[in-house]
Design a protein around this ligand. Structure first.
Ligand SMILES: N[C@@H](CCC[C@H](N)C(=O)O)C(=O)O
Length: 257
């Protein structure tokens, strides 16, 4: 079985062209093994590209634990780049994902992905919560470079407040130039990743709601810069949300099962 490896700001994925639908997608142990960094290829997730009757393709996303996940923003940008590399479209594409239809554009090394509309944000004292295709806690902290992202993130991810499905957890600090520095504990990876697309989207929207930070929001992650653009909707939510950043093919190879 042939595979490709892509990364988007350091959030890395195994990509498989599964238009023939031969990948054993219900074999959770296999997906987890392929994502294992010592016993497999290594990745924060695995993504299948399948045919869709009306759109350019379908994205099927699995977290590194092998279970099918909710929407993955960086994975969405990577599969758009993959589909572009496969020649499925030239500049603009429409595809189906677990949270519905998405549009995306590829220009000069950047992939701009239109995210799902966000209905609202629960602003809280200790942390805020929203769903940008995946569930996200957003917490403002000081000293983020040294912060215990894994320890605090894991506690919240498994806390009763988010049971039984759990949540992703983002920690945010504003740089002097207004850039949001975001670090994320990811559900399904059960660790910090270098970047989380739905997570930085949540962080940008919370920053807008909390402090009036305007679109587009510049983001810094451990894996590099991203941008989030959006429009506030009349109903108190957000629409026309775009996640913008690089997505790169790293290598390809064959899986020996
Ligand atoms: N890396 C992702 C987030 C993936 C979703 C997540 N781990 C979950 O299923 O909760 C991103 O870039 O959005």
């Amino acid at each position: 079985m042939h595979f490709f490896k892509y990364q988007g700001t350091g959030n890395d994925f195994v990509l498989i062209d599964d238009r023939a639908e031969t990948f054993p997608r219900h074999d959770q142990a296999l997906v987890a093994r392929l994502c294992d960094r010592r016993f497999g290829i290594g990745g924060d997730g695995l993504i299948l590209l399948q045919n869709h009757p009306e759109l350019d393709f379908r994205m099927v996303y699995f977290n590194a634990d092998g279970a099918e996940g909710s929407m993955c923003g960086n994975g969405g940008r990577c599969i758009v780049r993959f589909a572009h590399d496969l020649g499925l479209f030239t500049e603009h594409t429409r595809f189906m994902a677990v949270d519905g239809e998405h549009e995306a554009t590829v220009t000069e090394g950047l992939v701009s992905l239109r995210m799902t509309n966000v209905a609202g944000i629960d602003l809280g004292g200790e942390y805020s919560f929203t769903n940008t295709g995946s569930p996200h806690v957003v917490m403002t902290v000081d000293g983020l470079a040294q912060y215990d992202v894994v320890g605090v993130g894991r506690r919240l991810r498994y806390s009763d407040a988010f049971a039984p499905k759990g949540t992703n957890v983002n920690f945010v600090q504003t740089d002097e130039d207004g850039t949001l520095f975001v670090r994320t504990y990811e559900r399904g990876v059960e660790d910090e990743t270098y970047s989380c697309g739905t997570g930085v989207t949540a962080a940008a929207l919370v920053a807008n709601r909390q402090s009036g930070v305007s679109s587009p929001v510049a983001i810094r992650t451990l894996g590099g810069p991203l941008q989030v653009a959006f429009v506030e909707s009349e109903s108190g939510g957000y629409e026309r949300i775009d996640l913008i950043g690089p997505a790169v093919r790293v290598f390809e190879g064959d899986i020996v099962l």
